[in-house]
Design a protein. Structure first.
Length: 229
């Protein structure tokens, strides 16, 4: 009898684990366009960009702390001092204007080499499968716009593989066969075509409940995607 009870308890536990895993899977699959990270360095941010900010501020005598890549109170206060000196909005957030004034470099659009076309086409196909051709080009343009934005990585691979940026990288869609149209869309985007209007974000409003992405200023809608700044 004790053995039967143990078997039933184990079966119930396994069923519960399966249900929870299924919920997480479905939730992730409905929000593939939702960025999990902010483009701006601010309180709580960590990483190489924060280190670069601290180094630049230290050179100017505005930051006295350690170069640890952690955007804390000392970094924020130093950013505010720098913003005040340069006539910028004193919000303590290292946005595009602040980063440019600090001299933190911005990447440039790569050329349409075979490898770049392939990599961009793969993420376009994963993120915009089923969208119109214009919508596919727009998704590619967003990725390239991030390269030129001071708050994102400076390379194509850096933007695509940035942790948390695209769930298609982790849910397997990135490894699916590439749609033929995605290759052409990638070439157009790499050659400067930008139907997104300079957007650095996009999302499907029918598939995300994330309030942060919904707060971004919308530039236009193409198909199921809203393109935002």
């Amino acid at each position: 009898m004790q053995k039967v009870k143990l078997i039933k308890s184990f079966s119930f536990l396994m069923a519960l684990v399966f249900i929870v895993a299924a919920i997480f899977y479905l939730n992730g699959s409905f929000e593939t366009e939702e960025p999990a990270i902010s483009a701006l360095s601010s309180m709580g941010s960590r990483g190489s960009e924060v280190k670069a900010i601290q180094e630049k501020l230290k050179e100017r005598g505005l930051y006295k702390g350690n170069i640890d890549g952690i955007y804390g109170t000392n970094t924020r206060d130093a950013v505010i001092k720098f913003q005040k000196q340069n006539g910028l909005a004193q919000d303590g957030i290292a946005g595009p204007q602040t980063l440019k004034k600090l001299g933190i470099s911005i990447g440039t659009i790569p050329s349409a080499t075979e490898s770049n076309v392939y990599l961009l086409a793969r993420i376009i196909s994963a993120e915009a499968r089923g969208e119109s051709y214009t919508g596919q080009v727009a998704v590619g343009a967003v990725i390239l716009n991030r390269i030129e934005h001071p708050s994102f990585p400076d390379t194509l691979s850096g933007v695509i593989y940035q942790p948390g940026a695209f769930t298609a990288i982790t849910d397997g869609q990135f490894n699916e066969p590439i749609a033929d149209s995605a290759y052409s869309a990638a070439r157009d985007a790499l050659n400067g075509v930008d139907p997104s209007g300079g957007a650095i974000y996009y999302y499907n409003p029918d598939k995300t409940s994330n309030q942060w992405i919904r707060s971004r200023p919308v530039i236009k809608r193409i198909g199921k995607h809203l393109f935002c700044s």
